[in-house]
Design a binder for this molecule. Structure first.
Ligand code: NAD
Length: 596
């Protein structure tokens, strides 16, 4: 029989604590909510009522239920009020000495059988537990932000946490409607260990002015389907909390440089820019605590027209190549009303591409997204050719041939001879330096990267990659073209992985390393990222879809260019590729796909 929890205590009603109070009270449990001062208590109360009022306004909570929920919360200053609760969750700032002091005090105040839990994200639960005389009743219950929304709870057991306590807490999580994963006490547990290196890397891109905050965030939302971009997420977490988590993970997690907090974070914390809770972080909010972003001096000003930015007019587009990307890109341009010249290596290939484009457009017709007349018009706008000479009068060339530098360089040298002056020459490479192909021409200022995502007709993102020789007019033209395609063009520098792959693949690689270290299972790691961070797929699901060979190749490129030791490909990934386990396409990767 699992233990009955009728009343719980929550210590600290900040970003996490207030949400945790809501979770318990919503599920019929009496809560004693404790803060350090009357003012902090009042702030916590306002956060809780704000959140429940929003739930009522959105029709997710009845007014009567909100009132019942609030009536279950007993707001108090000081830990003495916790004398008769069955369980306490501590959610005070991420400092070991503070948490240890609180646990020693809780040990004194709480009844002997009470379970004492910490919501720490990165500190050692074991070190916290030894501040009490009952370390076997101390456990980590790590909720995710926002606690009322995110389904995951990481239950962290130490070597001395008793099995009964673990089982009781797991049953409690289930009662709260949460999905729990139980793991050992390691810095960052599952989700934060995989998340924070990525967040820190995103901040370093912003700090280095590699891309704007809007573009970094849009890239990860649109390129990976994440619920929010990394900088917006830093603001939600709170920069002070994020700093402490990174700092602890750096010190506890083997001094991986990727966890050494980027200096900008500390500067922002010192300047009081803590994120949403202070009204300003990477973005500016309507008021402290508000989720509504308002424009500030960094907000890009929309120009009256793209031409005002020096963008050139584009009406005719050449696409070179006959693979998956070229086929999708031809469709995208033709559908958007451009006249398209497709150049392949022969009539047979052209016929195949034509069939693929037609099939894809037909699907649009069947789904009611495209009229038959529009499909015919789009197909009619495409001219099929096997000679580059037909690109003499196009305004933009998009190259999507095989990912080999020598092939691409030879092609760009030919385009340089054939194309008219002023044409924009774009490469869709996902891993080669754009400057290398640019320097194969006499006009590197006109060369840019247009990194489409697969499948091109569906994915809403394009990375516009500018080299150190790309002119502002060329970048403006490329961005304007993206907009006419109904896609978001994010501008970034010419570095391995651009924005999306540079931020995504090291995270996937870290997940493989975590599995390899037997810290958790592929299923639990996938759950953690989906239910704790709102990712559309877990890392192993995604690796199997992308292909382990492709992922390994990208990770190797990143490692070679950036020389970051933490980017070294996980040996397990190498072994799986060597064994021919490439993911869905080969029937087996991290999971066996033949049995489904
Ligand atoms: N922010 C997140 O996204 C997130 C997610 C999961 C876990 N966590 C963890 O939750 C914990 C709290 O983080 P947060 O972001 O909510 O911090 P926060 O700064 O928003 O809130 C901390 C609260 O604790 C109160 N407090 C400080 N000393 C206290 C004391 N002696 N007694 C009672 N209350 C006290 C403060 O007044 C404040 O309201 C940390 O351990 C953090 O790592 C944070």
């Amino acid at each position: 029989m699992a233990r009955e929890f009728t009343s719980v205590g929550v210590v600290g009603l900040g970003t996490m604590g207030a949400g945790i109070v809501e979770v318990f009270a919503r599920n019929g449990i009496e809560v004693v909510a404790v803060e350090i001062s009357a003012a902090a208590l009042e702030r916590g109360r306002v956060t809780l009522t704000g959140s429940t009022d929003r739930a009522v306004a959105k029709g997710k909570l009845a007014e009567a239920d909100r009132d019942a929920l609030l009536s279950r919360v007993n707001f108090q200053v000081g830990l003495d009020a916790l004398h008769s609760v069955d369980l306490v969750i501590e959610a005070v700032p991420e400092h070991l000495d503070l948490k240890q002091r609180i646990f020693a005090e809780l040990d004194r105040v709480c009844k002997p059988e009470a379970i004492l839990a910490t919501n720490t994200s990165s500190l050692s639960v074991t070190e916290i537990s030894v501040a009490t005389t009952r370390p076997n009743q101390v456990i980590g219950i790590h909720f995710f932000n926002p606690a009322p929304v995110m389904k995951l709870v990481e239950v962290v057991r130490t070597v001395v946490t008793s099995a009964d306590v673990v089982a009781d807490v797991e049953a409690l999580c289930e009662r709260l409607g949460k999905v729990d994963v139980t793991i050992n006490d390691r810095a960052g547990f599952i989700a934060n260990a995989l998340l924070f290196g990525y967040l820190n890397h995103a901040v370093s891109m912003f700090e280095a002015r590699y891309a704007t905050r809007e573009d970094i965030d849009a890239a990860m939302k649109l390129g990976c389907g994440l619920p929010m971009g990394p900088l917006a997420l830093m603001d939600l977490i709170g920069l002070d909390t994020a700093y402490e988590i990174l700092d602890t993970m750096y010190r506890r997690g083997g001094r991986d440089r990727r966890h050494a907090p980027v200096p900008l974070i500390k500067q922002m914390v010192t300047a009081g820019l803590l994120g949403r809770k202070s009204g300003r972080g990477f973005y500016t909010y309507e008021r402290p605590g508000s989720p509504v972003v308002v424009p500030d001096e960094q907000t890009p000003v929309a120009s009256e027209s793209a031409l005002a930015d020096g963008a050139r007019g584009i009406t005719k587009v050449g696409v070179v190549g006959s693979g998956t990307m070229a086929t999708g890109i031809i469709e995208v341009f033709a559908k958007a009303g451009y006249e398209v010249v497709s150049v392949t290596r022969g009539a047979e290939k052209s016929a195949k591409v034509f069939e693929s484009v037609k099939t894809s457009l037909n699907k649009g017709v069947v789904r009611g997204k495209l009229s038959e007349a529009d499909r015919d018009a789009a197909l009619g706008r495409i001219n099929w050719s096997a000679t580059l000479e037909h690109l003499a009068d196009v305004d933009l060339v998009v190259e999507a041939v095989v990912e080999e530098l020598s092939v691409k360089k030879a092609l760009f040298a030919s385009l340089d001879e054939i194309c008219k002056p002023g044409v924009v020459l774009a490469t869709t490479t996902s891993s080669l330096p754009v400057i290398d192909v640019a320097m194969a021409t006499q006009r590197p200022a006109d060369v840019v990267g247009l990194h489409f995502f697969n499948p091109a007709p569906i994915m809403p993102l394009i990375e516009v990659v500018q080299t150190i020789r790309t002119s502002t007019e060329t970048t403006a033209t490329a961005k304007a073209v993206c907009a006419t395609l109904g896609k978001t063009g994010v501008v970034c520098g010419d570095r391995s992985g651009f924005i999306v792959n540079a931020l995504l693949f090291p995270y996937l690689n870290d997940a493989v390393k975590m599995l390899e270290a037997s810290y958790s299972t592929a299923d639990d790691i996938d759950y953690a990222m989906k239910l704790g961070c709102g990712y559309p797929m877990g890392p192993f699901e995604l690796l199997d879809v992308v292909g382990l060979d492709v992922s390994l190749a990208i990770q190797r490129e990143l490692y070679l260019e950036l020389r970051e030791p933490g980017f070294a490909p996980a040996p397990l990934l190498e072994h799986l590729v060597t064994a021919g386990y490439l993911g869905r396409k080969s029937g087996r990767g991290f999971r066996d796909h033949t049995r489904r």
